[in-house]
Ligand binder design. Structure first.
Ligand SMILES: CC(C)(COP(=O)(O)OP(=O)(O)OC[C@H]1O[C@@H](n2cnc3c(N)ncnc32)[C@H](O)[C@@H]1OP(=O)(O)O)[C@@H](O)C(=O)NCCC(=O)NCCS
Length: 243
């Protein structure tokens, strides 16, 4: 659906100076970020309708993500259009585009790419916090827990596994339409290079090419953990894997 001039390329309130999510992806992916703010007046009527009963915090996250997404998509040459959710809650990107959205208090980020170059992307942000032992257990498999314990700060570092699994989930879901629980995926995390690999422990109806060879990236800054997972299109070289 095309946008009208009322919200065509609006000024983005609370734009971040620094491109925090940029280093998580190859140059094929465009990122846009902002501090969430109520931007109802700049949204498409169908987008507003999608969150009309939501609390202001949710409307701010949803709306700011739509403005970030339009800015990122326009830099790839896409016309401004309403960005509504599918039934599975993942965004309905315009034909020819793939992308991912994340938000938390004080931060909203979007990553998009052309589908001829990238099969899918996943972006996730979390507050960099210590997880309760019960939550660590529900997020990490026994072998992940052993790897965390070796580093000596398991409850502080488990948040990286949490966020990396969510980024991986958002990347794989549009391709497989399969719900994966936290124990259905096992990560190998390299804390020195800020990279991770993910292995799906379930049989998938369709295994996207390169899924388990792809390497995600993470970074911790400004009390946030940011994770990105990018799956290049078949025949397109995979993203940089070095630090
Ligand atoms: C979908 C999910 C990953 C979102 O993560 P979150 O930390 O709650 O929230 P975030 O702010 O980071 O992301 C929200 C965005 O995710 C996107 N999203 C929602 N469902 C999605 C899906 N099925 N696939 C891809 N993206 C999805 C939406 O764009 C949403 O933003 P919007 O509603 O403003 O459009 C999470 O709610 C969930 O369902 N997790 C369970 C599955 C999982 O993580 N498994 C891990 C093992 S792989």
């Amino acid at each position: 659906m095309a946008c009208d001039s009322a919200f065509d390329r609006p000024p983005l309130h609370g734009r971040l100076q620094d491109a925090w999510a940029r280093p998580l992806f190859s140059p094929r992916v465009v990122t846009a970020e902002a501090v969430p703010a109520l931007v109802d007046a700049q949204l498409h009527p169908d987008e507003l309708a999608a969150v009309e009963r939501a609390v202001p915090k949710r409307r701010a996250e949803f709306g700011t993500a739509r403005l970030c997404a339009r800015r990122a998509l326009s830099s790839l040459g896409f016309e401004p259009a309403a960005l509504l959710p599918h039934e599975g809650r993942e965004p309905r990107w315009p034909p020819g585009a793939v992308g991912s959205i994340t938000h938390t208090a004080g931060y909203c980020g979007v990553a998009v790419a052309r589908s001829e170059l990238v099969q899918s992307v996943g972006l996730d942000v979390e507050q960099d916090r210590q997880l309760d032992p019960a939550l660590v257990e529900s997020v990490c498999t026994p072998s992940e827990w052993r790897a965390l314990a070796v580093r000596g700060r398991p409850h502080q570092d488990a948040i990286v596994y949490f966020s990396a699994k969510e980024a991986f989930y958002k990347c794989q879901f549009p391709l497989t339409r399969v719900f994966l629980g936290f124990h259905d995926v096992e990560l190998t995390v390299d804390f020195e290079s800020g990279t991770f690999r993910a292995r799906v422990l379930l049989p998938l109806p369709r295994r996207p090419s390169g899924l388990e060879a792809a390497r995600g990236r993470f970074l911790r800054r400004h009390a946030l953990v940011l994770c990105g997972f990018e799956l290049g299109a078949a025949g397109v070289l995979s993203p940089r894997t070095g630090p």
